[in-house]
Design a protein around this ligand. Structure first.
Ligand code: 3IX
Length: 189
């Protein structure tokens, strides 16, 4: 059965200007926020995604599926896999642009079941920009960097002002994040 994949990016785009202080290829990217469900190390049932800068506008992330992530018995929940991609795509945008951005749209193709115990190797790639809109996509390979593709995702991130978080988020948590990010050159603009 054929699957129609829409044109991507859906609008004319410019190349994304990667920040001159973006981490070098091979740099391991720690959690951007310790309480983040996607990458935080203080969330016991979180996804604990681990990301590394890659070459050519890519970020490589790994996510191991545990029993806490099930939908059907023994298989990862689809929405949770989409969350893993949101995180991987967000890291691809955030660490390369070093500007705050939020997911505006995320679409996911589920190509193969992902069993508990397996690891997804996700490669996120910047595809282009149009004003504040950043287009980014990713493939998720099952159990090896060159394993079969189990998921594909495409997303639009929208660059926002810091006020997006201070207005709508938790001010105490933002203060904590801000204090901890002082020690992280990769998180400072
Ligand atoms: C302080 C310095 C920080 C430095 C940062 C450095 C390092 C960071 C490092 C690492 C970060 C690492 C990892 C990140 C991890 C995780 C990622 C998770 C991300 C999330 O989990 S984040 C939560 C979910 N996310 C939301 O909670 C967003 C809710 N939402 C809104 O807050 C607004 O909705 C918003 C802001 C999206 C837009 O609002 P707005 O008022 O600012 O702008 P507007 O509506 O005009 O949209 C502008 C243009 O985007 C187009 N557009 C918008 N949405 C569209 C859609 N759905 N489809 C097609 N086009 C769309 C419009 O059509 C227009 O296009 P045009 O310009 O062509 O007219």
């Amino acid at each position: 059965m054929s699957r129609n994949v829409p044109d991507w990016p859906p609008v004319d785009v410019e190349p994304v200007p990667v920040h001159p202080k973006a981490p070098q290829a091979g740099t391991k990217l720690g959690p951007h926020y310790s309480e983040c469900f996607g990458c935080g190390d203080e969330v016991p049932t979180g996804l604990r995604l681990q990301s590394t800068m890659g070459d050519e506008h890519t970020v490589h992330s790994q996510f191991t599926v545990t029993a806490a992530h099930q939908g059907a018995p023994g298989l990862a929940h689809g929405g949770l896999l989409a969350a893993a991609f949101d995180e991987a795509l967000g890291a691809t945008v955030g660490y390369q642009l070093r500007k705050p951005a939020v997911t505006g749209r995320l679409e996911t193709d589920f190509l193969r079941p992902v069993p508990v115990g397996s690891t997804l190797f996700i490669v996120g790639k910047l595809d282009g920009m149009a004003g504040r809109k950043v287009y980014v996509s990713a493939n998720g390979h099952l159990d090896a960097e060159d394993g079969p593709i189990a998921l594909r995702a495409r997303a639009l991130f929208v660059i926002v002002a810091v006020e997006h978080f201070t207005t709508h988020g938790d001010k105490d948590a933002i203060a904590k994040l801000s204090a901890s990010s002082q020690k992280r050159p990769d998180l400072n603009p």
